[in-house]
Design a protein around this ligand. Structure first.
Ligand SMILES: [Zn+2]
Length: 596
C-alpha cells in the first residue's frame, strides 16, 4: 500500500552559508528519507525554503549596508545551487518572502484569532534609547536565568535551549552597541499556549509517541507540563509579514510563528506550481499521511510544541469539509549537533566546513557518506578530516567501489560487455543473493524509522559479504579453467551489486545512478532537480528548487537483472583520497582562526 509522506525540513535563515553541521542535522536525513520513500512507491512531498525574515537577516543587512532582501536573495541563490550539487531532492525549496507565504501566514493568524487562541497584551519590550527603536530579541544578549550561560540571546539560550524573552535575561545588553536597553511598553498578540494545551495539545503529546526520539518527546512534555505561558507572536519590526489587523501597522508576525507555517504554505505553493491547486491536501488532510519534520535539536520547541499548537488551534484552513483536521506531526526526528574537530561549529567565527566549498573539492556521495556515518542521531558528533579520508578510502572505495568496479570491468572485458549467462547456481551463490534480498525489508524499516546510520551500516555489511563472495570465488582464476563457472560467479556478483545499488541509493544517489547506467539500464533511478523562476499574481518573482521525477523508475526491491543485458563501459565509482587532505584541510581551517 502506498502512502503519502511529507518530508518537512527546517527552514535555514538566509543570512549565512550552510555548513556540514546544518546538512547532517536536517537536509540530508530528510533527503535520505524522501529518496527511500520514493523508491518504495510512496507519494513524497519534500519541502522547505529560506527563512528570509528574522533578525539574523537584518543584522547582516545593517552590517553590510544592504537591504534585507538583497541579503536573503544572495544566500537563497547559494542554497539552491548547493542543494542541487549535493543531491538534496526538494520537491520545492522556496522562501518566506513570497506573496503565497505572506497570505497563508496571515490567514492562519486570523483563523487562530477567530478561534480565540490569540490575545492582546501590553508587554514591556527592550528599547534602545540611542537608536530610538525597539530591539529585536536577537539584538539583546545577557546571562541565561536558567543555566547562567553569559552569551544567551534574547530569544533562546544556545547553551540549554530554553526559550527566553529578552527581559528574562540577567544583565541585558544591546548586541549592536553594547548599551543597556530600557524597558518600554508596547502591545502585542500572544499565542494562548495554556488554552491550547487544555484543548488537546497536552493530551496529544502523551499519546502514541513511542517512535519519537526520547530527547524530543521529553523536551515537549516538560515544556507543556511546566508553567506553560502564552508567547508573543508579533514584534515591533519593519521587515517581516505585517500583522493583518487594522491599527497594527509597523508590527510584524514574529519569525518563529510564521516560519513553521512555511511547511504548509510551501505545500500549497508546490500544488499551485503543479497546476493542481488542491493536491497538497493529500498530505495535510489525509489521516493516513505521515508528516516528518527533520530539524536540529535547537528547533525542538517550535516543532514539537508551537507548530502542533498552531495546527491544532486552527483545525483547518482552505478546506470545505468541516470534519477534516490538519495533520499533526507524525514524527520529529531531531538531530543533535555535529562539531568540527572537537569544537562547536560557528558561522560567525568561521569555524565550519562550508558545504559549497567542500563540494568544490570532494565528490558529493563521499560527503554524503561521511555525513551519514557521522550523523548526530543520538548524541553530538564530530566532523574529523581524518575520519572523512579513512571512511572514504576504507569503506566507500575499498569495499563498495572496488566490488562494483571489479565485477563490472571483468564482465565488460571478458563476457563481451554483457551480463553473463549463468550455469546452475550452487548454495554459495543462492546464499549471497538470498542474504541481500532479505536486507530490503529491515533496511527499509530502519530508514523509515529515521535510523539512518544503522541502515547504512547494514548495507555496507552486505557489500562486504558480496566482496568476500567474489574474493572466494575468484572468477579471474575460474575463467582459465571453466568459463561457465566464472560466468556464474560474475552473474551472481552483478545481481548482488544491482540490489546493493538500490539499497545504497537513498544515501549515495549519484554513484547509484551511474552504476545503474553501467549495468545497462535505460531509465534513471531518480528524478532531476532544477531551479525555476515563479512569478506570482501580485508581481513578485522568486527562484525555487524543484524536482521532476516523471522519468524515475527506481524501485525498492531486489534485482531482476536480465541475463545478456548490454553493459556500458564502467568507470570507478569513487576515488581514493590522499592522506595529505587531512593536513591541507586542517591548515585551511587554522587560517580561519579558531580562538575563544
Ligand atoms: Zn541557558
Amino acid at each position: 500500500m502506498s502512502r503519502h509522506v511529507l518530508v518537512a525540513i527546517a527552514w535555514p535563515y538566509a543570512s549565512a552559508k550552510i555548513h556540514v553541521g546544518n546538512v547532517t542535522g536536517s537536509h540530508l536525513p530528510g533527503d535520505i528519507c524522501a529518496r527511500y520513500h520514493r523508491l518504495a512507491g510512496n507519494h513524497v512531498l519534500m519541502v522547505s525554503g529560506s527563512d528570509s525574515h528574522g533578525t539574523p537577516i537584518t543584522v547582516v543587512a545593517e552590517r553590510e549596508d544592504k537591504s534585507p532582501r538583497e541579503v536573503f536573495e544572495h544566500f537563497h541563490r547559494g542554497f539552491l545551487e548547493m542543494f542541487q550539487r549535493l543531491g538534496i531532492s526538494y520537491d520545492l525549496f522556496t522562501h518566506t518572502d513570497t506573496e503565497n507565504h505572506h497570505r497563508v501566514s496571515q490567514d492562519l493568524f486570523l483563523a487562530l484569532l477567530e478561534k480565540g487562541y490569540l490575545y492582546k497584551q501590553v508587554q514591556e519590550q527592550m528599547y534602545s534609547e540611542a537608536q530610538g527603536r525597539f530591539l529585536p530579541d536577537r539584538y539583546v544578549e545577557g546571562t541565561c536565568p536558567v543555566c547562567g550561560y553569559e552569551g544567551a540571546r534574547g530569544d533562546q539560550c544556545d547553551h540549554c535551549n530554553t526559550l527566553l524573552d529578552p527581559q528574562d535575561l540577567i544583565d541585558p545588553r544591546s548586541k549592536t552597541d553594547g548599551s543597556t536597553p530600557v524597558l518600554r511598553q508596547t502591545e502585542h498578540f500572544f499565542l494562548d499556549l495554556p488554552k491550547l494545551a487544555r484543548a488537546g495539545l497536552a493530551e496529544w503529546l502523551q499519546r502514541d509517541k513511542e517512535h519519537w526520539r526520547p530527547n524530543v518527546i521529553n523536551f515537549a512534555r516538560r515544556y507543556v507540563g511546566e508553567g506553560l505561558q502564552g508567547r508573543p507572536i508579533t514584534r515591533d519590526l519593519e521587515w517581516g509579514i505585517p500583522v493583518p489587523v487594522r491599527g497594527w501597522e509597523g508590527k510584524c508576525l514574529y519569525v518563529w510563528f510564521e516560519a513553521v507555517i512555511g511547511y504548509f504554505s510551501a505545500s500549497v505553493e508546490w500544488a499551485h506550481n503543479q497546476g493542481e491547486p488542491e493536491a497538497w491536501k493529500d498530505w495535510w488532510y489525509n489521516p493516513m499521511a505521515r508528516t516528518l519534520y527533520f530539524i536540529g535539536k535547537d528547533n525542538i520547541p517550535f516543532h514539537a510544541v508551537i507548530w502542533p499548537a498552531e495546527l491544532m488551534g486552527v483545525e483547518q484552513l482552505y478546506e470545505d469539509d468541516p470534519t477534516r483536521r490538519l495533520n499533526l506531526p507524525y514524527d520529529i526526528p531531531a538531530n543533535e549537533f555535529m562539531n568540527l574537530e572537537g569544537h562547536g561549529m560557528s558561522g560567525s567565527r568561521n569555524w565550519a566546513v562550508w558545504m559549497d566549498e567542500a563540494l568544490d573539492r570532494y565528490d558529493p556521495d563521499a560527503l554524503r557518506y561521511y555525513l551519514t556515518v557521522a550523523m548526530p542521531e543520538t548524541r553530538d558528533t564530530d566532523w574529523l578530516w581524518e575520519g572523512f579520508v579513512r571512511r572514504n578510502n576504507d569503506e566507500l572505495v575499498a569495499t563498495w567501489g572496488n566490488l562494483a568496479h571489479r565485477a563490472l570491468t571483468f564482465a565488460y572485458r571478458r563476457f563481451d560487455g554483457r551480463v553473463p549467462v549463468p550455469g546452475s547456481l550452487e548454495d554459495v551463490d543462492t546464499h549471497l543473493l538470498a542474504q541481500i534480498e532479505a536486507g530490503f525489508e529491515p533496511i527499509g524499516q530502519l530508514i523509515a524509522r529515521s535510523k539512518f546510520r544503522a541502515a547504512l551500516a547494514e548495507v555496507m555489511a552486505l557489500a562486504r559479504e558480496a566482496n568476500r563472495y567474489l574474493e572466494e570465488k575468484g572468477p579471474w582464476f575460474q575463467i582459465k579453467e571453466d568459463r561457465e563457472a566464472a560466468g556464474t560467479t560474475i552473474y551472481v556478483a552483478l545481481k548482488a551489486i544491482d540490489s546493493l545499488k538500490i539499497l545504497f541509493a537513498p544515501f549515495l544517489p549519484f554513484s547509484s545512478e551511474r552504476l545503474h547506467q553501467y549495468l545497462g539500464y535505460e531509465d534513471p533511478l531518480f528524478g532531476r532537480s532544477y531551479t525555476a523562476t515563479f512569478e506570482e499574481e501580485g508581481g513578485r518573482v522568486h527562484e525555487a528548487l524543484c524536482y521532476d521525477d516523471r522519468e524515475a523508475r527506481g524501485e525498492w526491491r531486489p534485482s531482476e537483472l536480465p541475463v545478456g543485458q548490454v553493459l556500458r563501459q564502467p568507470e570507478p565509482l569513487f576515488s581514493k583520497l590522499d592522506d595529505s587532505v587531512v593536513e591541507e584541510e586542517q591548515a585551511r581551517m587554522g587560517a580561519g582562526g579558531l580562538s575563544d
